[in-house]
Design a protein around this ligand. Structure first.
Ligand SMILES: *Cc1c(COP(=O)(O)O)cnc(C)c1O
Length: 447
């Protein structure tokens, strides 16, 4: 295989550690495999919240949302979010305010229920919702606000709760990136009326597929149970008489978790603190040294913040690098140095057809709603636009101190590429013939 010269003019990539640099998910322990095998002959599906389901709910509540009385497991984070919107009685004629740059499932269930989503720009520091934009959008039709603690960084919950409370609007905290994160000492998921955590395979606590809804409000809990747990659990746990009447059918969906996923979730929860500690150590080490490389701006993580499992690491190239090279070129230069890097996969939600009209399944392919132009998107969401077009996705290293070696290789690669860019040694943006043989983005951090 012939290789083109690297940025340094040498043929040797700076990062020599073999890929993947962030092996995920961690392997199952013998205990986990034993419990899964045992469950096979015990019970294939659990109707109430017995066995591993109640165990997961209780452990999860104790570790992440101790101030919320109710913890309810679902078969996915998306299902738990659907239940949250149903529990808040979101529907036709309502508006929900959501951050424009995040994972669609934070708000797509609200669209499915017939609500209109209004998008707010993000804040550059937290990457979560910009409270000023929220203040502009909130109004008499606003039924709920969904906050995402993006990449593990808590949104500004003081300002957001202040705005929401003044208008009497319920807040949903989507904590799918933020297991274990805190805002000014208070765990995320304890601020709003209801919190949701995804336990999907990439997440820091993973069940394969799964989600947990937390609330301190009995009526919200009743409705969330009816949204997806009919019969046994509804019969036993739904408190209000008028809601209890629905126990046989619920509200029309079945969204409960399987015991096998619960077992995987319990075991990953038990390993969580070690994982989060490793991520904190590894990513703080890398972040603290980014500025010296001249290539990437460090993320601004105040001391008072606790990043929990630090789910994503998505820095921006420095201003001078941004003005000299396209992101695609920068990604290629870094990949040539052996860095596992790519553009983050998510794009602004205003670009998705799901959010262009209501009840989309009734009018598939109906594009009659006017879509915003590129200029309108860039001027309405300037921060999200900057991040969407410039951020890089790097591995979220978690094996500490083992990963210190590869992080040092990354830092040297960053410095080398910065130097090449500064001295004008920038490859032209032609796709390379041997592209397929280059290191590819890892499975988990391209999310
Ligand atoms: C993963 C994720 C979800 C959806 O969770 P699933 O378990 O994949 O359904 C929702 N919101 C955010 C922010 C996520 O990262």
């Amino acid at each position: 295989m012939t290789t083109l010269p690297l940025a340094s003019g040498r043929d040797v990539p700076e990062v020599k550690t073999p890929h993947p640099h962030e092996p995920w998910p961690p392997k199952a322990t013998d205990r986990e495999l034993g419990r899964l095998a045992e469950q096979r002959n015990l019970d294939l599906a659990i109707r109430g919240n017995d066995g591993p389901i109640v165990e997961l709910e209780q452990l999860f509540r104790q570790r992440f949302t101790p101030s919320m009385r109710h913890s309810i497991a679902f078969n996915s984070g998306t299902s738990a979010l659907l239940a949250a919107y149903m529990a808040l009685q979101v529907g036709e004629g309502d508006e929900v305010i959501a951050p424009v740059l995040t994972y669609h499932a934070a708000v797509s269930p609200a669209t499915a229920l017939g609500a209109v989503v209004r998008f707010a720009d993000i804040d550059l520091q937290t990457r979560g919702m910009d409270p000023d934009h929220l203040e502009e959008l909130i109004g008499p039709r606003t039924k709920a606000i969904v906050i995402v603690h993006h990449w593990g960084h808590a949104a500004d919950m003081t300002r957001i709760m202040n705005i929401a409370d003044r208008h009497g609007v319920a807040v949903i905290e989507d904590c799918s990136h933020a297991h274990g994160s805190a805002f000014e000492g208070t765990p995320v998921g304890s601020f709003g009326k209801v919190a949701v955590f995804s336990l999907q395979a990439n997440k820091a606590v993973f069940a394969g597929e799964g989600g947990v809804l937390a609330t301190d409000d009995q009526e919200v809990a009743d409705r969330a149970i009816l949204a997806g747990h009919y019969r046994d659990r509804a019969l036993r746990d739904v408190a209000a008489a008028d809601l209890h009447a629905y126990w046989e059918s619920g509200f029309g969906f079945k969204l409960r978790m399987s015991p096998f996923n619960a077992i995987v979730g319990i075991e990953s929860l038990r390993a969580f603190d070690e994982l989060a500690g490793g991520r904190q150590a590894a990513l703080s080490y890398m972040n603290d040294r980014l500025a010296e490389t001249g290539l990437l701006d460090p993320l601004d993580v105040p001391n008072a913040e606790w990043m929990g499992a630090w789910y994503g690491f998505k820095p921006l190239p420095s201003h001078s690098v941004r003005t000299r090279v396209e992101r695609s070129t920068l990604v290629r230069m870094l990949q040539d140095e052996g860095v596992e890097v790519d553009a983050p996969s998510g794009r602004m939600l205003v670009r998705l057809p799901l959010f262009a009209g209501r009840t989309p399944w009734r009018r598939p392919g109906d594009n009659s709603t006017r879509r915003p132009t590129e200029d309108e998107i860039a001027s309405t969401f300037p921060v999200a636009h900057l991040v969407e077009s410039n951020a890089l996705s790097l591995p979220t290293f978690y094996r500490w101190p083992h990963d210190r070696f590869v992080i040092d290789e990354y830092l040297r690669a960053f410095s080398k590429v910065a130097l090449a860019i500064e001295s004008g040694r920038i490859p032209n943006d032609e796709p390379r013939a041997d592209r397929a043989s280059l290191p590819r983005d890892g499975q988990s951090h391209g999310r």
